[in-house]
Design a protein around this ligand. Structure first.
Ligand code: SF4
Ligand code: SF4
Length: 375
Protein backbone atom coordinates (compact mmCIF):
# COMPACT_ATOMS: atom_id res chain seq x y z
CA UNK A 1 0.00 0.00 0.00
CA UNK A 2 1.37 3.46 -0.87
CA UNK A 3 1.97 6.03 1.88
CA UNK A 4 -0.87 8.15 0.43
CA UNK A 5 -3.25 5.17 0.73
CA UNK A 6 -2.08 4.48 4.28
CA UNK A 7 -2.78 8.10 5.28
CA UNK A 8 -6.19 7.95 3.66
CA UNK A 9 -7.16 4.67 5.32
CA UNK A 10 -6.02 5.83 8.72
CA UNK A 11 -7.84 9.18 8.54
CA UNK A 12 -11.07 7.50 7.37
CA UNK A 13 -10.72 4.89 10.09
CA UNK A 14 -10.53 7.49 12.87
CA UNK A 15 -13.65 9.25 11.62
CA UNK A 16 -12.82 11.77 8.90
CA UNK A 17 -15.02 11.55 5.84
CA UNK A 18 -12.71 12.43 2.98
CA UNK A 19 -8.96 12.80 2.57
CA UNK A 20 -7.07 14.69 -0.09
CA UNK A 21 -3.54 15.83 -0.81
CA UNK A 22 -2.25 18.94 -2.52
CA UNK A 23 1.11 20.59 -3.04
CA UNK A 24 2.57 23.14 -0.62
CA UNK A 25 2.50 25.91 -3.24
CA UNK A 26 1.12 29.26 -1.96
CA UNK A 27 -2.59 30.00 -2.36
CA UNK A 28 -2.12 33.08 -4.50
CA UNK A 29 -5.81 33.83 -4.93
CA UNK A 30 -6.31 34.04 -1.17
CA UNK A 31 -3.40 36.44 -0.83
CA UNK A 32 -4.75 38.56 -3.67
CA UNK A 33 -8.29 38.58 -2.24
CA UNK A 34 -7.02 39.66 1.17
CA UNK A 35 -5.12 42.51 -0.46
CA UNK A 36 -8.00 43.62 -2.65
CA UNK A 37 -10.56 43.47 0.14
CA UNK A 38 -8.43 44.65 3.02
CA UNK A 39 -11.24 46.88 4.31
CA UNK A 40 -13.36 43.74 4.91
CA UNK A 41 -10.63 41.43 6.16
CA UNK A 42 -8.08 43.65 7.94
CA UNK A 43 -8.98 42.04 11.29
CA UNK A 44 -7.97 38.52 10.22
CA UNK A 45 -5.26 39.36 7.68
CA UNK A 46 -2.53 40.20 10.14
CA UNK A 47 -4.17 39.96 13.52
CA UNK A 48 -6.17 37.17 15.01
CA UNK A 49 -5.86 34.39 12.43
CA UNK A 50 -2.93 35.78 10.42
CA UNK A 51 -4.72 34.81 7.23
CA UNK A 52 -2.16 36.58 5.07
CA UNK A 53 0.47 34.24 6.43
CA UNK A 54 -1.93 31.31 5.98
CA UNK A 55 -1.85 31.81 2.23
CA UNK A 56 1.54 30.05 2.12
CA UNK A 57 1.87 26.63 3.83
CA UNK A 58 5.60 27.28 4.17
CA UNK A 59 4.81 30.03 6.65
CA UNK A 60 3.38 27.29 8.84
CA UNK A 61 6.06 24.68 8.11
CA UNK A 62 9.12 26.08 6.26
CA UNK A 63 10.07 22.62 4.95
CA UNK A 64 6.50 21.86 3.71
CA UNK A 65 6.26 19.88 0.47
CA UNK A 66 2.61 18.76 0.59
CA UNK A 67 -0.62 19.50 2.39
CA UNK A 68 -2.85 16.69 3.67
CA UNK A 69 -6.49 17.77 3.84
CA UNK A 70 -9.04 16.05 6.06
CA UNK A 71 -12.71 16.71 5.54
CA UNK A 72 -15.26 16.20 8.28
CA UNK A 73 -19.00 16.13 7.60
CA UNK A 74 -20.51 17.54 10.78
CA UNK A 75 -24.16 17.10 9.83
CA UNK A 76 -24.70 13.43 10.66
CA UNK A 77 -27.27 13.78 13.40
CA UNK A 78 -30.35 15.96 13.49
CA UNK A 79 -30.44 19.09 15.62
CA UNK A 80 -33.12 19.97 18.18
CA UNK A 81 -35.66 22.18 16.37
CA UNK A 82 -35.63 24.66 19.27
CA UNK A 83 -31.97 25.49 18.55
CA UNK A 84 -32.25 25.82 14.78
CA UNK A 85 -32.49 29.42 13.66
CA UNK A 86 -30.61 30.42 16.82
CA UNK A 87 -27.26 28.60 16.76
CA UNK A 88 -25.38 27.63 13.60
CA UNK A 89 -25.05 23.91 12.94
CA UNK A 90 -21.26 24.09 12.94
CA UNK A 91 -21.32 25.42 16.52
CA UNK A 92 -23.88 22.86 17.61
CA UNK A 93 -21.62 20.16 16.19
CA UNK A 94 -18.89 20.82 18.73
CA UNK A 95 -15.90 20.96 16.40
CA UNK A 96 -13.52 21.61 19.28
CA UNK A 97 -9.85 21.34 18.37
CA UNK A 98 -8.92 20.44 21.95
CA UNK A 99 -7.56 16.90 21.97
CA UNK A 100 -9.78 16.20 24.97
CA UNK A 101 -12.85 16.42 22.71
CA UNK A 102 -13.82 14.09 19.88
CA UNK A 103 -13.00 16.25 16.87
CA UNK A 104 -9.64 17.39 18.30
CA UNK A 105 -8.81 13.85 19.39
CA UNK A 106 -9.33 12.58 15.82
CA UNK A 107 -7.09 15.31 14.52
CA UNK A 108 -4.38 14.47 17.01
CA UNK A 109 -4.50 10.80 15.99
CA UNK A 110 -3.86 11.74 12.35
CA UNK A 111 -1.12 14.15 13.31
CA UNK A 112 0.56 11.46 15.45
CA UNK A 113 0.23 8.99 12.57
CA UNK A 114 1.97 11.36 10.15
CA UNK A 115 4.76 11.95 12.67
CA UNK A 116 5.17 8.23 13.23
CA UNK A 117 5.68 7.93 9.49
CA UNK A 118 8.67 10.25 9.87
CA UNK A 119 7.09 13.54 8.73
CA UNK A 120 7.29 16.95 10.34
CA UNK A 121 3.86 18.53 10.40
CA UNK A 122 2.47 22.07 10.55
CA UNK A 123 -1.11 22.60 11.50
CA UNK A 124 -3.50 25.38 12.57
CA UNK A 125 -4.07 28.09 13.67
CA UNK A 126 -3.13 29.72 10.37
CA UNK A 127 -3.76 27.66 7.25
CA UNK A 128 -5.87 28.25 4.15
CA UNK A 129 -8.03 25.23 4.81
CA UNK A 130 -10.84 25.84 2.35
CA UNK A 131 -8.42 26.70 -0.44
CA UNK A 132 -6.36 23.59 0.32
CA UNK A 133 -9.49 21.43 0.22
CA UNK A 134 -10.45 22.89 -3.17
CA UNK A 135 -6.99 22.30 -4.61
CA UNK A 136 -6.97 18.75 -3.21
CA UNK A 137 -10.18 18.13 -5.18
CA UNK A 138 -12.40 17.48 -2.17
CA UNK A 139 -14.72 20.47 -2.49
CA UNK A 140 -15.69 23.43 -4.65
CA UNK A 141 -16.67 26.92 -3.58
CA UNK A 142 -20.30 27.98 -3.66
CA UNK A 143 -21.28 31.55 -4.46
CA UNK A 144 -22.03 31.90 -0.74
CA UNK A 145 -18.27 31.40 -0.04
CA UNK A 146 -18.80 28.07 1.71
CA UNK A 147 -17.18 24.94 0.31
CA UNK A 148 -19.28 22.03 -0.94
CA UNK A 149 -18.37 18.37 -0.95
CA UNK A 150 -20.06 16.09 -3.51
CA UNK A 151 -22.99 14.29 -1.91
CA UNK A 152 -22.52 16.14 1.41
CA UNK A 153 -23.14 19.80 0.72
CA UNK A 154 -21.56 22.64 2.67
CA UNK A 155 -21.95 21.32 6.21
CA UNK A 156 -18.34 20.18 6.21
CA UNK A 157 -15.17 21.43 7.81
CA UNK A 158 -11.75 20.97 6.20
CA UNK A 159 -8.53 20.72 8.18
CA UNK A 160 -5.19 21.16 6.42
CA UNK A 161 -1.89 19.73 7.64
CA UNK A 162 1.38 20.74 6.00
CA UNK A 163 3.97 17.93 5.83
CA UNK A 164 7.60 17.86 4.71
CA UNK A 165 7.09 14.88 2.36
CA UNK A 166 6.44 14.84 -1.37
CA UNK A 167 3.06 13.10 -1.68
CA UNK A 168 1.04 12.48 -4.85
CA UNK A 169 -1.75 15.13 -5.09
CA UNK A 170 -5.37 14.01 -5.45
CA UNK A 171 -7.50 15.16 -8.39
CA UNK A 172 -9.64 18.30 -8.73
CA UNK A 173 -13.40 18.20 -8.53
CA UNK A 174 -15.25 18.39 -11.85
CA UNK A 175 -17.08 21.52 -12.99
CA UNK A 176 -20.43 19.69 -12.64
CA UNK A 177 -20.16 20.37 -8.90
CA UNK A 178 -20.30 24.13 -9.22
CA UNK A 179 -23.28 26.46 -8.56
CA UNK A 180 -25.65 26.79 -11.46
CA UNK A 181 -24.81 30.03 -13.21
CA UNK A 182 -28.13 31.77 -12.66
CA UNK A 183 -28.72 30.75 -9.05
CA UNK A 184 -28.64 33.66 -6.58
CA UNK A 185 -30.72 32.14 -3.78
CA UNK A 186 -28.05 32.62 -1.13
CA UNK A 187 -27.39 36.22 -2.10
CA UNK A 188 -31.10 37.03 -2.16
CA UNK A 189 -31.71 35.31 1.19
CA UNK A 190 -28.85 36.93 3.10
CA UNK A 191 -30.73 39.13 5.61
CA UNK A 192 -28.05 41.83 5.83
CA UNK A 193 -26.68 42.00 2.29
CA UNK A 194 -23.34 40.65 3.51
CA UNK A 195 -23.21 38.40 0.44
CA UNK A 196 -23.07 41.00 -2.29
CA UNK A 197 -21.96 39.07 -5.35
CA UNK A 198 -20.92 35.52 -6.20
CA UNK A 199 -17.97 34.42 -4.05
CA UNK A 200 -17.90 37.74 -2.18
CA UNK A 201 -19.04 38.31 1.36
CA UNK A 202 -18.32 41.26 3.60
CA UNK A 203 -17.91 39.81 7.10
CA UNK A 204 -18.47 43.25 8.63
CA UNK A 205 -22.11 42.95 7.51
CA UNK A 206 -22.51 39.26 8.33
CA UNK A 207 -24.74 38.14 11.18
CA UNK A 208 -22.43 35.26 12.10
CA UNK A 209 -19.45 37.62 12.41
CA UNK A 210 -21.36 40.00 14.66
CA UNK A 211 -22.62 37.24 16.94
CA UNK A 212 -19.11 36.18 17.90
CA UNK A 213 -16.58 38.82 16.83
CA UNK A 214 -18.09 42.23 17.58
CA UNK A 215 -17.10 43.43 21.03
CA UNK A 216 -15.20 40.17 21.53
CA UNK A 217 -12.24 40.11 19.11
CA UNK A 218 -9.46 42.69 18.94
CA UNK A 219 -9.52 45.26 16.10
CA UNK A 220 -13.20 44.80 15.22
CA UNK A 221 -16.18 47.10 15.89
CA UNK A 222 -17.29 47.33 19.51
CA UNK A 223 -21.00 47.55 18.72
CA UNK A 224 -23.31 45.73 16.31
CA UNK A 225 -24.66 48.24 13.74
CA UNK A 226 -28.39 48.91 14.00
CA UNK A 227 -28.88 47.86 10.39
CA UNK A 228 -27.51 44.41 11.28
CA UNK A 229 -29.27 44.05 14.66
CA UNK A 230 -32.72 44.43 13.23
CA UNK A 231 -32.01 41.80 10.58
CA UNK A 232 -30.44 39.23 12.90
CA UNK A 233 -33.74 37.50 13.63
CA UNK A 234 -33.10 35.07 16.48
CA UNK A 235 -29.54 34.11 15.59
CA UNK A 236 -27.35 34.21 18.69
CA UNK A 237 -24.30 32.30 17.45
CA UNK A 238 -23.61 31.95 13.74
CA UNK A 239 -26.12 32.07 10.90
CA UNK A 240 -26.99 29.29 8.46
CA UNK A 241 -29.37 31.16 6.16
CA UNK A 242 -27.18 31.19 3.05
CA UNK A 243 -26.44 27.48 3.44
CA UNK A 244 -29.95 26.37 4.36
CA UNK A 245 -31.56 27.93 1.28
CA UNK A 246 -29.03 26.43 -1.09
CA UNK A 247 -30.21 23.82 -3.62
CA UNK A 248 -26.86 22.08 -3.23
CA UNK A 249 -27.79 21.36 0.41
CA UNK A 250 -31.36 20.20 -0.10
CA UNK A 251 -30.52 16.52 -0.47
CA UNK A 252 -28.70 16.57 2.84
CA UNK A 253 -31.47 18.49 4.57
CA UNK A 254 -34.15 16.08 3.38
CA UNK A 255 -32.29 13.08 4.79
CA UNK A 256 -33.86 11.68 7.96
CA UNK A 257 -31.04 11.69 10.49
CA UNK A 258 -31.05 10.22 13.99
CA UNK A 259 -31.25 12.84 16.76
CA UNK A 260 -28.17 14.06 18.58
CA UNK A 261 -28.91 12.74 22.08
CA UNK A 262 -26.47 15.09 23.78
CA UNK A 263 -28.04 18.14 22.16
CA UNK A 264 -31.58 16.93 22.78
CA UNK A 265 -30.80 16.79 26.48
CA UNK A 266 -28.96 20.13 26.56
CA UNK A 267 -31.47 22.00 24.46
CA UNK A 268 -34.13 21.85 27.19
CA UNK A 269 -32.24 24.50 29.13
CA UNK A 270 -30.78 26.52 26.27
CA UNK A 271 -33.53 29.07 25.79
CA UNK A 272 -33.20 32.75 24.93
CA UNK A 273 -34.46 33.73 28.38
CA UNK A 274 -32.07 31.39 30.21
CA UNK A 275 -29.21 32.78 28.16
CA UNK A 276 -30.26 36.36 28.81
CA UNK A 277 -30.33 35.84 32.58
CA UNK A 278 -27.55 33.27 32.96
CA UNK A 279 -25.04 33.42 35.78
CA UNK A 280 -21.41 32.30 35.56
CA UNK A 281 -22.24 28.79 36.70
CA UNK A 282 -24.92 28.25 34.05
CA UNK A 283 -22.54 29.58 31.43
CA UNK A 284 -19.62 27.39 32.49
CA UNK A 285 -21.60 24.22 33.13
CA UNK A 286 -24.38 24.31 30.55
CA UNK A 287 -23.40 26.62 27.72
CA UNK A 288 -19.67 26.54 27.23
CA UNK A 289 -19.28 22.74 26.88
CA UNK A 290 -21.94 22.70 24.18
CA UNK A 291 -20.91 25.70 22.09
CA UNK A 292 -17.42 25.34 20.69
CA UNK A 293 -15.49 28.30 19.75
CA UNK A 294 -15.18 31.95 19.93
CA UNK A 295 -17.49 33.26 22.64
CA UNK A 296 -15.53 33.32 25.87
CA UNK A 297 -17.42 36.12 27.57
CA UNK A 298 -20.96 35.29 28.61
CA UNK A 299 -22.18 38.86 28.19
CA UNK A 300 -21.64 38.48 24.41
CA UNK A 301 -24.24 35.70 24.37
CA UNK A 302 -26.50 37.68 26.71
CA UNK A 303 -26.27 40.61 24.30
CA UNK A 304 -27.20 38.33 21.41
CA UNK A 305 -30.11 36.83 23.35
CA UNK A 306 -31.40 40.36 24.07
CA UNK A 307 -31.26 41.23 20.36
CA UNK A 308 -33.05 37.98 19.46
CA UNK A 309 -35.81 38.66 22.00
CA UNK A 310 -36.17 42.22 20.68
CA UNK A 311 -36.50 40.90 17.15
CA UNK A 312 -39.40 38.64 18.14
CA UNK A 313 -41.44 41.85 18.63
CA UNK A 314 -43.24 40.04 21.46
CA UNK A 315 -44.38 42.42 24.22
CA UNK A 316 -44.46 39.45 26.58
CA UNK A 317 -40.66 39.70 26.78
CA UNK A 318 -40.54 43.32 27.94
CA UNK A 319 -40.61 42.42 31.66
CA UNK A 320 -37.77 39.91 31.18
CA UNK A 321 -35.71 42.47 29.29
CA UNK A 322 -36.47 45.00 32.02
CA UNK A 323 -34.78 42.65 34.53
CA UNK A 324 -31.64 42.88 32.42
CA UNK A 325 -31.62 46.67 32.79
CA UNK A 326 -30.12 45.94 36.24
CA UNK A 327 -27.41 43.64 34.92
CA UNK A 328 -23.91 44.61 36.14
CA UNK A 329 -22.56 44.50 32.56
CA UNK A 330 -23.21 47.67 30.58
CA UNK A 331 -23.28 45.67 27.34
CA UNK A 332 -26.25 43.68 28.60
CA UNK A 333 -28.09 46.79 29.82
CA UNK A 334 -27.36 48.57 26.54
CA UNK A 335 -28.72 45.81 24.31
CA UNK A 336 -31.67 45.09 26.60
CA UNK A 337 -32.55 48.78 26.13
CA UNK A 338 -32.31 48.42 22.37
CA UNK A 339 -34.49 45.29 22.49
CA UNK A 340 -37.16 47.04 24.56
CA UNK A 341 -37.20 49.87 22.03
CA UNK A 342 -37.37 47.37 19.19
CA UNK A 343 -40.45 45.75 20.72
CA UNK A 344 -41.94 49.17 21.38
CA UNK A 345 -45.07 50.15 23.30
CA UNK A 346 -45.89 52.45 26.21
CA UNK A 347 -44.47 50.23 28.94
CA UNK A 348 -41.17 49.97 27.11
CA UNK A 349 -41.02 53.76 26.68
CA UNK A 350 -41.46 54.41 30.36
CA UNK A 351 -38.84 51.77 31.28
CA UNK A 352 -36.40 53.38 28.89
CA UNK A 353 -37.06 56.86 30.20
CA UNK A 354 -36.34 55.68 33.76
CA UNK A 355 -33.20 53.87 32.65
CA UNK A 356 -31.93 56.93 30.80
CA UNK A 357 -32.24 59.06 33.90
CA UNK A 358 -30.49 56.68 36.30
CA UNK A 359 -27.84 54.71 34.36
CA UNK A 360 -24.28 56.08 34.61
CA UNK A 361 -22.99 54.32 31.50
CA UNK A 362 -22.54 56.52 28.42
CA UNK A 363 -23.12 53.47 26.22
CA UNK A 364 -26.42 52.68 27.93
CA UNK A 365 -27.52 56.32 27.75
CA UNK A 366 -26.82 56.37 24.03
CA UNK A 367 -28.69 53.10 23.45
CA UNK A 368 -31.64 54.31 25.52
CA UNK A 369 -31.80 57.54 23.49
CA UNK A 370 -31.80 55.60 20.22
CA UNK A 371 -34.24 53.00 21.58
CA UNK A 372 -36.69 55.73 22.52
CA UNK A 373 -36.76 56.77 18.88
CA UNK A 374 -37.69 53.19 17.95
CA UNK A 375 -40.25 52.60 20.71
S1 SF4 B 1 -24.04 33.71 7.30
FE1 SF4 B 1 -26.01 34.83 7.27
S2 SF4 B 1 -25.51 37.01 7.30
FE2 SF4 B 1 -23.63 35.87 6.81
S3 SF4 B 1 -23.52 35.86 4.60
FE3 SF4 B 1 -24.63 33.99 5.16
S4 SF4 B 1 -26.80 34.55 5.20
FE4 SF4 B 1 -25.60 36.44 5.16
S1 SF4 C 1 -27.77 29.13 -3.27
FE1 SF4 C 1 -27.29 28.87 -5.44
S2 SF4 C 1 -25.68 30.35 -5.85
FE2 SF4 C 1 -25.80 30.12 -3.64
S3 SF4 C 1 -24.27 28.60 -3.12
FE3 SF4 C 1 -26.22 27.53 -3.41
S4 SF4 C 1 -26.26 26.89 -5.57
FE4 SF4 C 1 -24.67 28.43 -5.32
Amino acid sequence: MSLEQEIREYALDVGFDEVGITTAEPFKQLKQALQERHEHYYWVSDGLLELRSASDPRNILPSAKSVVVLLYDYYKLSYPPSLLGKIGKAYLSRLYVSKKRMFGARLKLVRDFLEQKGMNVGIRPAMAERQAAVRAGLVSFGYNTFVYAPGRGSYVVPVAIAVDRELAPTQSTSSSQECSENCRKCIEACPTGALYEPYKMNPLNCIAFHTYATGNFPDVPEQIPYSVRENMGTWIYGCDVCQDVCPRNQKKQKHELPPDGYLMEKSKEITLLNLLHMDDRFYLEKVQPMLYGYIWNKSILQRNAAIALGNTGDEGYVDELARSLNDPEEMVRAYASWAIGRIGGGKGRSLLEKQGSKDDSELVKMEVKNALELA
